[in-house]
Design a protein. Structure first.
Length: 132
C-alpha cells in the first residue's frame, strides 16, 4: 500500500500540502505494517487522484499550497518499492479533487473536479490513453 502527499492538518486551518510518500506491507491478517519512506513527490500535492497501471503508480492533478495542478506524475514499482517520479502528459486544465480514475480498455477516465479554491467545478470529462 502506498500513500502520497496530502494535507498536514484540517483543511480549514490553511494547512501545508505534503510531498512525502510512504509504503506499508500488508500482513497475513490484513493489517498494515512497516511503513517505510519512498521517493518524495517532486511537488507537494493533495486532493489528487491516484491509480496503478502497467507497473507504475500515477498521481493526477490536485492542489499545491497555492494552485490547482494539472500535472500527472508516475513512478515505477519495482520489488514492492517506488522508483523516481517523472512527469507525463498533463491534464488539459488544472484541477483539484480528482478522486476517482477508473481504467477501461487501456484508457483512464477523469470526471469534473475543482478549478479553484472556492470549489467551483468543471464539468469536463478527460480521457487519457496509454501508449502501446
Amino acid at each position: 500500500v502506498f500513500i502520497a502527499g496530502g494535507l498536514d492538518q484540517l483543511p480549514t486551518n490553511d494547512p501545508p500540502v505534503l510531498k512525502e510518500v510512504l509504503r506499508a506491507r500488508i500482513a497475513d491478517d490484513g493489517s498494515l505494517v512497516e511503513w517505510t519512506p519512498q521517493p518524495s513527490l517532486p511537488v507537494a500535492m493533495a486532493t489528487h487522484g491516484a491509480f496503478f497501471y502497467g507497473g507504475y503508480v500515477y498521481q493526477v492533478g490536485g492542489i499545491s499550497d497555492t494552485d490547482q495542478l494539472k500535472r500527472v506524475l508516475r513512478s515505477p514499482v519495482r520489488d514492492n518499492a517506488l522508483g523516481p517520479w517523472e512527469d507525463v502528459s498533463p491534464l488539459p486544465i488544472a484541477r483539484g479533487h480528482v478522486h476517482q480514475l477508473p481504467i477501461l480498455n487501456d484508457r483512464v477516465y477523469s470526471v469534473a473536479g475543482a478549478i479553484d479554491f472556492n470549489l467551483n467545478s468543471t464539468d469536463s470529462i478527460f480521457v487519457g490513453s496509454f501508449p502501446l
